[in-house]
Design a protein around this ligand. Structure first.
Ligand SMILES: [Zn+2]
Length: 345
């Protein structure tokens, strides 16, 4: 073989084997978590969906080879102790509502999917609209997890004018007492917490960890990834007005890394309305559609040089504000990222 041929062979081999820009990027595993409240045939509650809507979602999960997993398995994965099946998803149900037992549980059994139920220990069995301990034990017998949503569903956040000792006492009841009651009544360890209203701060995280919780869930939208903090896991809240296409975009959403966020993550602002601003990678070559969401308010994002800026300002009412950015690329893939900040009147 002369030198020319040898060189040609090397170039050909390199072209075939070189993993560089020719190889397709493998998207990282995302773990979407959904948050349901009520499942009722007829309701004007904005957090209630019908059994038909719920079954349509379960059917989509099954037909598209997603695997609902337990929160315990996901937490072991985050701790590096287990692997996940392809296309994992987690189904959670907040507030211990009887409607979920009546209309949701039979469907979970039909599809053999596990659920995670976050209950307020003070409310269990108090009214017919709440599940009782016998029903919660039945859920556990079928492989579901029943975990803490606090004792009374109070904010896990200092109240205006609340002293620090009073706050600590209140958190002891919400975080510690609720876990003790659950462990005693269900004979299962309590490891997970869903923050009521999604509110929390650094001290609440530290207290929850001190009381033995291993993972905590917010209502900030977007997917979770292997490097997500177990103390602020994201969840998609399921709303009555959501369409099936919204559910599918949420289920399939890839993680969108956000940079140069304004207002910044965890910042306290005092203006009563704000514009949102972020940077995302590869702007604007790859992307097609962008919009910001805060609760039910939506504003399309304008592309301003390397920034995305909300087209209209958002009015602030509550102290804890979670912002979601959803983006679609030219190939039709959906991405989501979220952050939160405080508003002090
Ligand atoms: Zn709740």
């Amino acid at each position: 073989m002369n030198n020319k041929y040898f060189l040609l062979m090397v170039i050909l081999l390199l072209a075939v084997c070189w993993p560089g820009p020719l190889a397709a990027e493998k998207p990282e595993t995302t773990i979407p978590i959904f948050c349901y409240h009520h499942i009722l045939p007829k309701s004007d509650n904005y957090l209630s969906i019908t059994p038909q809507q719920f079954e349509e979602q379960l059917k989509f999960i099954r037909d598209n080879n997603y695997t609902p997993i337990s929160l315990n398995r996901f937490n072991l994965f985050l701790e590096g102790k287990t692997l996940l099946p392809p296309k994992p998803v987690i189904l959670t149900f907040d507030d211990g509502n009887y409607s979920v037992y009546q209309y949701g549980f039979p469907l979970l059994k039909k599809y053999r999917f596990p659920g995670v139920f976050f209950v307020n220990t003070e409310r269990v069995g108090v009214t017919p609209e709440q599940m009782n301990w016998e029903q919660l034990r039945e859920l556990v017998r079928y492989g579901n997890e029943v975990q803490s949503h606090g004792h009374t569903h109070d904010f896990m956040y200092p109240r205006p004018g609340e002293t620090h000792p009073a706050f600590l006492k209140r958190m002891d009841k919400e975080l510690n007492y609720s876990a003790q009651i659950l462990a005693q009544m269900l004979s299962k360890p309590v490891r997970f917490l869903a923050y009521p209203y999604g509110w929390y701060n650094k001290e609440v995280i530290d207290l929850a960890v001190k009381y033995g919780y291993r993972a905590m869930l917010t209502v900030n939208g977007g997917p979770n990834i292997s490097s997500s903090s177990p103390y602020t896991l994201r969840r998609w809240v399921v709303y009555q007005n959501d369409r099936m296409s919204d559910f599918i975009h949420q289920l399939e959403s890839l993680n969108l890394p956000l940079q140069a966020i304004a207002p910044s993550q965890g910042e306290t602002v005092s203006a009563h309305q704000v514009y949102f601003k972020v940077q995302i990678p590869d702007l604007p070559r790859k992307w097609l559609r962008f919009y910001f969401k805060m609760r039910s308010e939506i504003s399309p994002a304008k592309v301003n040089y390397q920034n995305l800026v909300s087209e209209s300002p958002f009015k602030l009412e509550k102290e804890f504000n979670s912002v979601l950015l959803q983006v679609q690329d030219a190939e039709g893939n959906w991405y989501a990222g979220s952050w939160w900040f405080y508003y002090k009147k």
